[in-house]
Design a protein around this ligand. Structure first.
Ligand SMILES: [Zn+2]
Ligand SMILES: [Zn+2]
Length: 615
């Protein structure tokens, strides 16, 4: 890690109201007592003050619960929330966010956890509700700085472990496997794990018993009455908690704007079956790699239609292997083929399950769409189905990829043209209302969503005012909600923010969001390459320019620049015309090649910015 990355964040702001109980212990508060007149001249005043201090001391020793969302409220992704009671802090989820276009050159974004670091001796555990990246992706970053045990189900931990293995952590992570219906005691918290239905297997809600009452954290969920794995949502346990009385509900707001019920995962099967029925040639299907339910349905249909299946792409292969190993994915004998064997199978018997549904420039499907995949070819008459939603921000990349696929003559089935090809994993309004009704919390805080979704979810909670709900708080990341015997209130803020990470490596942490703030700029400099291309032919119109700032100061600098220019020329020569007219793809290729070259030659990691000029 860059030393400066540990420095306090510039944009951080703090309120004196929030946080540190130790600074106001009863001992400290009791001190002024000695200043009260002792001569008996003001007995009433003295009695009043004594009573006042007694009450204050009493209230300070009363248990207090703080709810501190550090990410994921008022923003999409990067879910992380801290619960604090006295000297104990529980962290629920540690997610990442994929950077949008404005964060050029950054690979992932994780939450600023300086609040947890400041309170490191109080942090007891990290609980993971499920294995989606927006809930586990920042776990390596958190564990590189905090030595705490991680609790989660088998599948969640397996995915988290895969992420953790990619990093050089200071110590072996302590992964504690839990099952639904189990309870554990962590500090003053007692946590029961409750099975929920979601677009990933082995997902949990948490019922956390605190000295002040029960907190229910739903994790991500939808209420799927007919889940494909027949693992039912444990509504009974939630209802039992509701009956006994729940202090606070923290509930998933992702789909709070969607009326009605989210269809069951099973609903996709009909639409997918149609795709299989109509496909006469190769069938290439992409979905989120962690959607094991979806993958199972695709495998089942492939079997039914007498097709072989190849699983292509690193994330997809890894998720399928993990799920298969844990018994979450059934793969009939003899059906699975390696990508390298695809060529030997007639096109009409091929199913390819492929990573890259979000149009990521270097993903397997993107490469196949420009005919650059080693094993997967897409030809006229083939069918490509994107069984996933378009994550906001990815539209451009996805539609560009669909354009390429259409140019190749493939029939492309995706959510905009065929809505039934994907169903959401998040609860719509009717299910959210049902959750509120089952749990009947005294306080309600919508979580996981942009502000409009949180506030819509809060409105849904209004009708339960008669049913004992006292208050709803629409909170944003960094705000602190305090609950004690007297009530609940927002009491201030803790620092929050985003930390950008390059190449998924925690030693390349770049502080803050804005590109010109990147640490690598000041430490390793910037390499800008300007490439003049003819937009029609994709031909290089002149030698690529290389401009560096804060990089290469030694005498062989000119030599490095000349060779870097050659690398760019080579990358272009090794790319097809189709790739060269797709700026997303060509920029990603140039960046990757230049990064590798410069790291090898200089051991430095400058920020690399390819700029394409159309001439
Ligand atoms: Zn999520
Ligand atoms: Zn999720």
């Amino acid at each position: 890690m860059h030393p400066a990355a540990r420095a306090p964040q510039k944009r951080a702001y703090r309120s004196s109201l929030c946080g540190d109980i130790t600074s106001s212990t009863p001992e400290n508060v009791a001190e002024p007592r000695s200043e009260i007149p002792q001569n008996g001249q003001a007995p009433n005043l003295r009695a009043t003050l004594e009573a006042y201090f007694h009450r204050e001391v009493q209230s300070l020793s009363d248990p207090k619960l703080e709810i501190i969302p550090l990410g994921g409220l008022g923003e999409f992704g990067m879910n992380i929330l801290a619960l604090r009671c006295g000297e104990d802090i529980l962290v629920i989820d540690a997610g990442m966010m994929f950077p949008g276009a404005e964060l050029l050159g950054v690979d992932i974004v994780v939450p600023d956890i300086s609040y947890l670091i400041e309170n490191r001796q109080r942090v007891r555990a990290l609980l993971l509700t499920h294995g989606h990246e927006d809930h586990i992706g920042a776990a390596p970053f958190l564990l590189s700085q905090l030595d705490v045990p991680v609790y989660g189900t088998a599948f969640t931990l397996a995915l988290a472990q895969r992420r953790l293995q990619e990093h050089d952590l200071p110590r072996e992570p302590r992964l504690e496997r839990v099952r639904a219906r189990e309870s554990i005691q962590i500090g003053c918290f007692s946590v029961e794990f409750i099975h929920v239905t979601h677009s990933i297997v082995d997902a949990l809600a948490l019922a956390i018993t605190t000295p002040l009452g029960v907190v229910i954290h739903t994790g991500d969920f939808k209420i799927d009455p007919t889940p494909t794995d027949n693992e039912l949502f444990d509504l009974h346990t939630l209802a039992e908690y509701g009956k006994r009385g729940v202090l606070l509900l923290l509930s998933d707001s992702t789909n709070a704007e969607t009326p009605g019920f989210t269809p069951s995962e099973r609903a996709v099967r009909g639409r997918l079956a149609e795709v299989f029925h109509r496909a006469s040639q190769a069938l290439v299907i992409s979905c989120f790699s962690s959607s094991i339910h979806r993958i199972q349905q695709i495998v089942d249909l492939a079997e039914e239609y007498g097709r072989k299946i190849a699983i292509v792409g690193r994330s997809m292969t890894a998720a399928a292997e993990i799920a298969h190993g844990l018994g979450f994915l059934r793969l009939p004998d003899g059906m699975l083929v390696r990508a390298g064997e695809l060529q030997q199978i007639p096109r009409s018997e091929r199913t390819v399950l492929i990573a890259g549904s979000q149009g990521e420039p270097m993903s397997s499907l993107s490469r196949a769409s420009v005919n650059q995949h080693k094993h997967v070819s897409i030809e006229a008459g083939d069918t490509v189905a994107l069984s996933s939603r378009i994550i906001p921000g990815n539209e451009k990349g996805i539609f560009r990829m669909i354009d390429h696929l259409c140019r190749r003559g493939a029939e492309v089935v995706y959510s905009a043209t065929s809505p039934g090809i994907h169903v959401s994993g998040h609860a719509s309004q009717e299910e959210l209302t049902l959750m509120l009704n089952l749990v009947r919390p005294r306080y309600f805080v919508p979580i996981h969503g942009e502000y409009r979704q949180l506030s819509r979810h809060a409105q849904l909670g209004e009708q339960f005012r008669q049913a004992g709900r006292h208050d709803t708080f629409v909170m944003e990341s960094g705000e602190v909600l305090e609950i004690d015997a007297r009530g609940a209130r927002k009491i201030g803020r803790v620092p929050v923010g985003r930390v950008c990470i390059d190449s998924g490596s925690i030693d390349e942490v770049v502080q803050d969001v804005i590109i010109h703030d990147r640490r690598s700029l000041s430490e390793d400099g910037l390499v800008l390459t300007v490439i003049a291309l003819n937009p029609r032919t994709g031909q290089l119109e002149s030698q690529p320019e290389i401009v560096t700032r804060g990089f290469v100061t030694s005498e062989d600098g000119a030599d490095i620049v000349a060779r870097a220019r050659q690398i760019v020329v080579q990358t272009l020569e090794n790319s097809t015309d189709e790739e060269k007219t797709d700026y997303g793809v060509i920029k990603a290729k140039i960046s990757a090649d230049l990064k590798r070259f410069i790291r090898k030659e200089t051991s430095r990691r400058p920020l690399i910015l390819p700029v394409i000029l159309e001439v």
